[in-house]
Design a protein around this ligand. Sequence first.
Ligand code: PLP
Length: 220
Amino acid sequence: MSDALKTYAEINARIAAAAQSWSRKPEHVNLVAVSKTFDASHIDPFLAAGHRVFGENRVQEAAGKWPQLRESYADIELHLIGPLQTNKAEEAIGLFDVIETLDREKLAVKLASLAEKGHKLPRLFIQVNTGAEPQKSGILPEQALDFISQCRETYQLPIIGLMCIPPVEEHPAPHFALLAKLAEQAGLSELSMGMSEDFEAAIAQGASYVRLGRALFGAR
Ligand SMILES: *Cc1c(COP(=O)(O)O)cnc(C)c1O
């Protein structure tokens, strides 16, 4: 077995074990393989192993890699996990199947206007800045419920869940719990939370998507 395949099997086993220890079904935890900074030669072994769900944080980088990979694998599901500028929204909706980083009204307005022009929108997560960090994107927790209903009702956007990136220097569990509580209050079922260092804690709190880069691809 190649190193990539071995790592992939180990991570899948850890996800399954974490899910089972919280009486959750392993198939309800989706692995988003975060391939940012890695080229096709690093991604290919995962595609060959049958993995299809990937995450990229930059529109330009995704545009340079994924259209070609999609020619070989039609059923790829690509997630945008980095901030999205309004002027890149049209390009992004053509590249991504899921956008995890809807975080402000201006972007909601832009996406709604693209839908009105006949574009099919990706499924959307709303990013919540659970730590209220000034440098981080995401809607503030106290504004999240209003923003969610605005996105769904006023703008008719296909919101499926919430996403967060906890502050690096804090215990992530309270942030995951807050995200889960907000999703429950809003009646949203999907939770994108947990990265290489903390995905098991996120699964404990109900993560349905975990986003793993270094644990799969190695150091960036
Ligand atoms: C890079 C990135 C990840 C993956 O981080 P790792 O620590 O490499 O697992 C997850 N989510 C977001 C938003 C990222 O930018």
